[in-house]
Design a protein around this ligand. Sequence first.
Ligand code: NAG
Ligand code: NAG
Length: 193
Amino acid sequence: MGKLLCTLFFFFFLTVVCSVASATEEPPASGFLISETAAKKPAREKLTHMRFYWHDVISGASPTAVRVAAAATSNKSATGFGAVVMFDDPMTARPELTSTLVGRAQGFYAFASKEEFALLLSMNLAFVEGKYNGSTITVLGRNAVLSGVRELPVVGGSGLFRLARGYVQAKTYSLDAKTGDTVVEYNVFVVHY
Ligand SMILES: *[C@@H]1O[C@H](CO)[C@@H](O)[C@H](O)[C@H]1NC(C)=O
Ligand SMILES: *[C@@H]1O[C@H](CO)[C@@H](O)[C@H](O)[C@H]1NC(C)=O
């Protein structure tokens, strides 16, 4: 009788040990860890609207936008088709470059149309001011620069803009015909948590 109880207890003990061991998530030796959890009811999303000015400085000793590539035919194209410009453009609170720096727009634009001045614009808006310092918004879209207001999609974000979606509206504020330097007013509408 005592021997039977002892055996039963041993199996019970073994079952407990085994179930505890299987509860800890160890990836299989040949795979990777996947864990799916039903999302909790999300916190309320909010819509944030920001306005700032984007300075594309191509002239002078320290340009913030530089041409890094082009097709052999780009200079012959009336629309610059095939050229690529990399930029690290300051974003300021007011149209003046000397106003408060709110962040930097970092990315590239490529002259993507043979018919008109239409860019493929790909950039991260890296904020440095206030509570958004360290957070980013990623924009990817078509920018027909001679049109009045251009709309481009916000495809994501990080930090306070995690899981962001939305759009930006870009409107040329000033264009220096001599230097080519441009100031663009940006209105960003982004939904995030
Ligand atoms: C094409 O134009 C760019 C910018 O105006 C200039 O820097 C470059 O030297 C030109 N290239 C050729 C091959 O003419
Ligand atoms: C933004 O964050 C960086 C890094 O944490 C910090 O060095 C900087 O002072 C902050 N800027 C502002 C304006 O708060």
